[in-house]
Design a protein around this ligand. Structure first.
Ligand code: 13P
Length: 376
């Protein structure tokens, strides 16, 4: 094999590693607020709010202006293009608000999933054309990390070898382009929870997919210390009749990661994947308490499981802003605790929602957030 010239200078590597470590410093995770305009339409319709640019801006303002304690729970925020350039009512760009709190700005750079012809409903993700130019511009505009989501499905015939290979390769191309532009790539190969499969099956597929992803990242000379992985937790299919404990889910998840993810990767930031808010928190906590040795930070990069209660508490009413911020802070705080393995479901965190009684908030946190064939 011919010698490969290093793809990055020592200075570039240092910068990428420092960004990754800052995002996942102890007790911190990521707020995934990068729903596309189409995904926001679904979220806002659920609460009877029109999907206008102003409503999307106002809702994001609620999250961005939550009280200062958020900086101890959240290390990174993923924006959608539109949101990266939006500002609060008084004209302060969202990105300035989070940066003042030492929170790293991220940007969703993929352009969505598209069908892989000839497969049984499988997909790849598009968006490589012009990606280098977009990354260079986003870096100038203050973004230091990016996200690209690929999707795999479990059924009798999927994921196919083609889907595993193609998605691993496109994630590696994306990661390479990001790193060349000083942007830490979050590598997200999401295995959807749709189906009746059991925990073992999800673990098996997760190992095959992650194995292929790290082979592709190696082939593309990716500097692993300057990346983060955003996988699904290993869970049974949404329609699986067998129920598993958080400890069983944790063992399956950590085992799959230990078999496939090199220790050079600084952090694993799980997506919530349609679990209820509480389920995602309890499972993250169990993962961190799992006695197997774990060489990476294991934290959250939740979308639905950080926002669902906040969205409901807001309900499109300006007057509910504080109540929405309170429940958002509560989810951020419990997930921060879970990322340290210190979450005790019986202990109420210090932030309590004002909107609705205690019981109401708990019910909302236990509601399934599953969406069939989820797109982002
Ligand atoms: P969920 O936590 O809602 O699964 O979304 C996280 C995400 O960013 C998916 O790409």
């Amino acid at each position: 094999m011919t010698h490969q010239a290093p793809a990055l200078t020592p200075e570039q590597k240092k910068e990428l590693n420092e960004i990754a470590l800052q995002i996942i410093s102890p007790g911190k995770g990521i707020l995934a607020a990068d729903e596309s305009v189409g995904s926001m339409a679904k979220r806002l319709t659920q609460i009877g709010v029109e999907n206008t640019e102003e409503n999307r801006r106002f809702y994001r303002q609620i999250l961005m202006t939550a009280d200062d304690r958020v900086k101890t729970f959240i290390g990174g925020v993923i924006f959608f293009h539109e949101t990266l350039y939006q500002a609060t009512d008084d004209g302060t760009p969202f990105i300035n608000i989070i940066k003042e709190r030492n929170i790293v700005a991220g940007i969703k750079v993929d352009k969505g999933v598209v069908p892989l012809a000839g497969t049984n409903g499988e997909s790849t993700t598009q968006g490589l054309d012009g990606l280098a130019e977009r990354c260079a511009q986003y870096k100038k505009d203050g973004a230091d990390f990016a996200k690209w989501r690929c999707v795999l499905k479990i059924s009798a015939t999927t994921p196919s070898a083609l889907a595993i290979l193609e998605n691993a390769n496109v994630l590696a191309r994306y990661a390479s382009i990001c790193q060349q532009n000083g942007i830490v790539p979050i590598v997200e190969p999401e295995i959807l929870p749709d189906g009746e499969h059991d925990l073992k099956k999800c673990q098996y597929v997760t190992e095959k997919v992650l194995g292929a992803v790290y082979k592709a990242l190696s082939d593309h000379h990716i500097y692993l210390e300057g990346t983060l992985l955003k996988p699904n937790m290993v869970t049974p299919g949404h329609s699986c009749p067998t129920k598993y404990s958080p400890e069983e889910i944790a063992t399956a998840t950590v085992t799959a990661l230990r078999r496939t993810v090199p220790p050079a990767v600084p952090g694993v930031t799980f997506l919530s994947g349609g679990q209820s808010e509480e389920e995602a928190t309890v499972n993250l906590n169990a993962i961190n308490k799992c006695p197997l040795s774990k060489p990476w930070a294991l934290t959250f990069s939740f979308g639905r499981a950080l926002q669902a209660s906040a969205l409901n508490a807001w309900g499109g009413e300006k007057d509910n802003m504080q109540a929405a911020q309170d429940v958002f802070m509560k989810r951020a705080e419990v997930n921060s605790l879970a990322s340290l393995g210190k979450y005790e479901p019986s202990i109420e965190p210090s932030t309590e929602g004002e909107g609705g009684g205690e019981g109401e908030g708990e019910d909302a946190a236990n509601q399934s957030l599953y969406i069939e064939d989820h797109a982002y």
